[in-house]
Design a protein around this ligand. Structure first.
Ligand code: NDP
Ligand code: 8X3
Length: 254
């Protein structure tokens, strides 16, 4: 029987690339997100390209009742999740705290911290009962340092860092691996979401240097899960060569 991987936020960017990579590596995949059309499209793509099975779930990770309903009502053959990739997340806005938009803060905190917790709370008891599993949390360079105007997003990713370390301790007696993968800038829809659909502003984030692409992070995820069982890649920081920290880039002058 194939192993099962659940990837949150598979409708775009990192999550989509991770789902495709794991399907290619013969995992059956549960893909989740809020955009049903994109889930359907990805499901078709995986079914055409790979032998793996796909099950898609449309829910908002911020709403505990939706998370619980979707994940506790899985068909029997999909219940034993081996790999959980907590990827769904976002940044909204880039302002100093004194000008911050409360709704932007709520969206980031509710998605990046509470959503990750809700999904983990629902999936991890099965792993504990089976004494096996691997939880991958997508953190960020923003969880390792702070940059101006990004305090709240950075705080949510610092929370992911702390939660990953705490989960590692909690899961230790059960042989469940916990990995945090922290990317620097990856060219996805991340900045388009952060700048609320302003494509010109989003493009500038990736201008003048070579950002990571989503498959770079899918490779990192696969590296972590393909290690022998006694090896836990606990924390991985993956940066573009042209980026040294959250705010320092080397950009070619035009
Ligand atoms: P994208 O915007 O391309 O993808 C984000 C994904 O998260 C989408 O599939 C979206 O699905 C999902 N998502 C967002 N909010 C919710 C929600 N409330 N409920 C369910 N799903 C949700 O961005 P990335 O792929 O770049 O981001 C993925 C992760 O990587 C995030 O955690 C981000 O913080 C992190 N990251 C990104 C970096 C980058 O530079 N791109 C760098 C470091 C970390 P839908 O809208 O369909 O619900
Ligand atoms: C996304 C990376 O540096 O834009 O987590 O915050 S950054």
């Amino acid at each position: 029987m194939k192993k099962i991987a659940l990837i949150t936020g598979a409708t775009s960017g990192l999550g989509r690339a991770i789902a495709l990579r794991l399907a290619k590596e013969e995992y059956d995949v549960i893909i989740t997100g809020r955009r049903r059309d994109r889930l359907d499209e990805l499901e078709k793509e995986i079914e055409i390209k790979y032998e793996s099975k796909v099950y898609s779930l449309c829910f908002d990770v911020r709403i505990y009742s939706e998370v619980e309903k979707a994940l506790t009502c899985l068909p029997e053959e999909w219940k034993a999740i081996d790999i959980l990739v907590n990827n769904a997340g976002l940044a909204v806005g880039l302002e100093p705290v004194q000008q911050g938009v409360i709704d932007d803060w709520e969206r980031m905190i509710d998605t990046n911290i509470k959503g990750l917790l809700y999904v983990t709370r629902t999936v991890s008891p099965g792993m504990v009962a089976r004494k096996s599993g691997h939880i991958i949390n997508i953190g960020s360079i923003a969880g390792k340092g702070v940059y101006p105007n990004g305090a709240v997003y950075c705080a949510t990713k610092h929370a992911v860092d702390a939660l990953s370390r705490g989960m590692r301790m909690d899961m230790l007696p059960y042989g469940i691996r916990v990995t945090q993968i922290c990317p620097g800038a990856v060219n996805t829809e991340f900045s388009l979401v952060r700048f609320k659909g302003n494509q010109g502003r989003a493009d500038l984030v990736y201008d003048g240097y070579e950002a990571l692409v989503a498959t770079d992070i899918a490779n990192a995820v696969y590296y972590a899960i393909s290690q022998p069982p006694h090896v836990d890649i606990q924390d991985m920081l993956v940066m573009p060569t042209a980026q040294a920290n959250g705010s320092m880039f080397y950009k070619e002058k035009k």
